[in-house]
Design a protein around this ligand. Structure first.
Ligand SMILES: Nc1ncnc2c1ncn2[C@@H]1O[C@H](COP(=O)(O)OP(=O)(O)OP(=O)(O)O)[C@@H](O)[C@H]1O
Length: 307
């Protein structure tokens, strides 16, 4: 029985152990319908393992997982048809033409179409969306690395999924392909109400795409919130730099505008070389990951705040 009322993803105290090594330890989070969530973390943090468990490709060692109201290990064909997965590059079927692969995979979704969610995505429209329209008749093995990755994205969304897992989707994309992909994600989320969980090492990309950020480090969730909230928690959301009396000054604050107003009210023309910069997700991420590596009794890591 599929439950559409609750969160699309619910993870409670998820644990994963390979041999003697705990790879995930008490991981808990939820993803609501229509949310775009970025799962970030250093190499080996457990991101792919988490996603593979949510996709039903791996059995966890402990805890509860529910995806679209179903335990992924027990998900049937109708459940799988609602979930899109962008895996590592599509290496089989190299002799097939691009459109043939999408036509073939798309036909599998036909019985699962509804008036509100026609399935599959028409191949021509899909190829247009992922920027492969001109490659439709080309054999897959002749595509470049970035073009294959675009095809991977097309394969992931051909069934017009309600929930889409993207594991490092833009690895190998050129800047134009990356921007097109960002437009596509916004379109899927805004127009098709697709819930998206993605991993990426590109923090600017995560900041641009995600409604919410989860940071996983050494198998534990160390942060969960919007990029703005995490920035405010770690330091001020804004960094203000200026020169006064020949000295360079730096201050982190939650409200850059109010701070700058006060600064000018107090010191007026003594202030020169003013720069106001929002704390980026990269700043926040680096502090969060450094903090989680710090022993509990040591002083917490903080962004530098002079003044
Ligand atoms: N099948 C397996 N058997 C044993 N250990 C594994 C297996 N799969 C993954 N691991 C280990 O689990 C840990 C987490 O791996 P995972 O691939 O989930 O990390 P990740 O966060 O996706 O990393 P990356 O950013 O490098 O892709 C790593 O230490 C990895 O070596």
């Amino acid at each position: 029985m599929v439950d559409d009322a609750g969160p699309v993803i619910r993870v409670d105290n998820l644990r994963m152990r390979y041999g003697q090594t705990d790879v995930l330890q008490d991981v808990s989070f939820e993803v609501q319908r229509g949310e775009v969530v970025a799962l970030l973390g250093p190499n080996g943090a457990g991101k792919t393992t988490t996603i593979e468990i949510l996709e039903g490709f791996r059995a966890p060692s402990g805890g509860q997982v529910s995806v679209l109201g179903v335990d992924p290990l027990a998900g049937g064909e109708d459940w799988r048809a609602r979930v899109g997965v962008v895996l590592q590059s599509w290496r089989d079927h190299g002799r097939w033409r691009v459109h043939e692969l999408l036509d073939q995979l798309g036909s599998y979704y036909e019985p699962y179409g509804t008036p509100a969610r026609p399935r599959p995505y028409p191949t021509a429209e899909l190829l247009e969306r992922v920027g492969l329209a001109e490659r439709a008749r080309q054999p897959i093995k002749t595509l470049s690395g970035g073009q294959r990755r675009r095809l991977d994205v097309a394969v992931g969304i051909v069934g017009r999924p309600e929930l889409l897992f993207l594991d490092e989707p833009t690895a190998g994309f050129d800047p134009v392909a990356r921007r097109d992909f960002h437009d596509l994600v916004h379109r899927l989320a805004d127009l098709e109400d697709t819930t998206i969980l993605l991993t990426t090492h590109d923090l600017a990309e995560a900041e641009k795409l995600a409604d919410r950020i989860l940071i996983l480090d050494a198998g534990r969730i160390v942060a969960d919130g919007t990029a703005e909230r995490l920035a405010r928690d770690v330091a001020g959301a804004t960094e203000v730099r200026w020169t006064q009396g020949g000295q360079r000054q730096l201050h982190s604050t939650a409200d850059g505008t109010a701070f700058v107003r006060d600064l000018f009210a107090q010191y007026g023309t003594d202030i020169t070389d003013l720069e106001v910069r929002r704390t980026t997700l990269e700043d926040t991420y680096l502090v969060m990951v450094a903090r989680s590596a710090t022993p509990p009794d040591a002083a917490p890591a903080r962004l530098e705040a002079a003044r």
